[in-house]
Each structure stands twice: as C-alpha cells, then as structure tokens.
Design a protein around this ligand. Structure first.
Ligand code: ARG
Length: 272
C-alpha cells in the first residue's frame, strides 16, 4: 500500500450566513425546496472545524447579503504560487462575487492579482496538480478563460470538456488526491477528454455513478485525509484501499445549491 503524507494547507472559506436557493443555475437547485439556514451553517462549521482539527489554516471572507452562492468559495478565484486569478462568472446572479473575492485578496497582502477578461469560475473549473492545471469547460468556464489562466500562471492548462449538466463544474467530476493523482467520473467527460485523462492518469481512482451522484468527487485531499460527502461510501472504500483516510461529512443543505466539500473550499497556494 502507498505511504501517504499530509501536507498542511491554507484555505479560504465563506460562512453561509446568506445562503439560500433563490434561483436555479444548475440541475441540483430547486427554489421551491426549502433550505434550513441553521443546519446549513452547522454543517459548514463542521467542515471548517475539521480542517482546523487536521492542522490546516482556514481564513474567512465576509459573506455579502444578496449573494447566496458566495459560500462556494472555490469559485471565487484560483491561487497558484501566490498569484491570484480572479473569477468572472457566467451567470448574472453570481457576477458580483468575482470583485468581492478579488477585494479580499487585495486586502490580505496578495500583490499579483489578475482581473479576468474571460469567463472562469475559479477552482470550480481549475484544479491544480503537480504538473498541470486541469480545466473544465462546456457549462461555465470558457476555452478563452483557460488560455488566460495558462498565460497568467505559466503552467500547462489541460482543457477538458464536461458533458453531463449534473457535473457542470470540473470539481463535481474530478478531484486531485495528491501531486499527480486524481479520482474522476469518466461519464462526465466527452470521449476525447476521457482519453486525455486516461493518458495522463492511468492509475486514477474511477468513481461509480452512484458515488458521483452523491457528490463524492467534490472532495478535498491534503495528501492523507480526503474530506468528502459521507454518502459516497464506495469511493471512501476505494480511497482507503489506496492508503488515504477518508472523512465523510454531511453537507445536505449545501447540496441543495449544487455544492459540497470542495465547492466550499478555496486553496491558497503559497505567498502572502
Ligand atoms: N449554485 C452554485 C452554482 O451553480 C454552486 C457552485 C458550486 N461550486 C463548485 N465549486 N462547484 O454556481
């Protein structure tokens, strides 16, 4: 079995004080279904304290009234080598989150900031491995946004086509487990993108449809622990076999907005 090593991280999160489902921009959202605001906060706090118990540093950005999806901090930016690529959202409902997140970075000592020209939804669609930045397109981030990220970060961006509307962001269909190790749901990708993933990651963990549907791929790994929705039990078993320690959480309220563990977590990679 592989020997796994934890690497301590720094995350940015946003308390779901104003979380609600008032519009539908992905198939998980149904504004007629009530959200329990207290339960949403309690579930989010459990995630936040788990990170801290595991030794990670968690920074907080103030939630803005009128931006119910701001809890999905992963979408707020992409940070690599301390360089911050801001987000530009496809949907008008979320547009104001981009500048709000950029402002947080400006106020917290990050000096290399780029306000994007093209649509990209942050770490919802950009996932960083040791060698590449994997980038999702098809529903939200644009191919031009991928090119803009490659130019800004100076890292190879691998553009992948998502085809199933339930997996509208890359972080709902794929998660980075370690340097160049990933897990993903093959059926969420176009045949060509699937072939690219097979070529880059021949040993990847492949998620079964029911684990993907439980949002199991919306996971955060620190190299040893993998935090994921608790309903993704098959995936948890697969991870255990690989030497990881899966930690299941219930984020049912946040799932009503179409997000879970990873969506609530933006990784701040070095500097500032
Ligand atoms: N309601 C949000 C949207 O559709 C959910 C975002 C989830 N975030 C993520 N990183 N996948 O945009």
């Amino acid at each position: 079995m592989n020997v796994r090593r934890q690497r301590l991280r720094r995350y940015l999160m946003c308390r779901p004080s104003h979380f609600d489902v008032t519009y539908a921009i992905n198939p998980w959202m149904d504004p007629s279904k009530p959200v329990d605001p207290e339960l949403a906060v309690a579930q989010w706090e459990r995630l936040c304290s788990l990170y801290r118990e595991l030794g990670h540093q968690v920074e907080l950005i103030d939630p803005v009234p009128g931006l119910p999806d701001m809890v999905y901090a992963a979408n707020g930016a992409t940070v690599v080598d301390g360089k911050v690529l801001g987000a530009r959202f496809r949907n008008a409902e979320r547009y104001a989150e981009g500048p709000a997140y950029l402002e947080w970075f400006r106020a917290h000592g990050f000096t290399e900031l780029h306000a994007p020209e093209h649509i990209n939804e942050g770490e919802g669609d950009f996932l960083v491995t040791g060698s590449w930045v994997l980038a999702g397109r098809g529903f939200r981030s644009s191919p031009e946004g991928h090119a803009e990220a490659q130019e800004f970060f100076g890292r190879p961006v691998i553009s992948l086509e998502l085809t199933d509307p339930r997996y509208y962001h890359l972080d709902t269909a794929l998660a980075v487990l370690d340097t160049d190790e990933v897990m993903y749901h093959p059926q969420a990708f176009s045949p060509g993108s699937r072939a690219v993933l097979e070529r880059l990651f021949p040993d990847a963990v492949l998620a079964a449809p029911q684990d993907a549907a439980a949002f199991g791929l919306n996971a955060v790994s620190d190299g040893l622990h993998v935090i994921l929705p608790e309903a993704a039990t098959g995936l948890a078993d697969q991870l255990r076999e690989r030497g990881f320690i899966p930690k299941g959480l219930d984020l049912s309220e946040l799932l009503k907005g179409g997000g879970s563990v990873k969506c609530c977590t933006l990784e701040l990679r070095a500097s500032a």
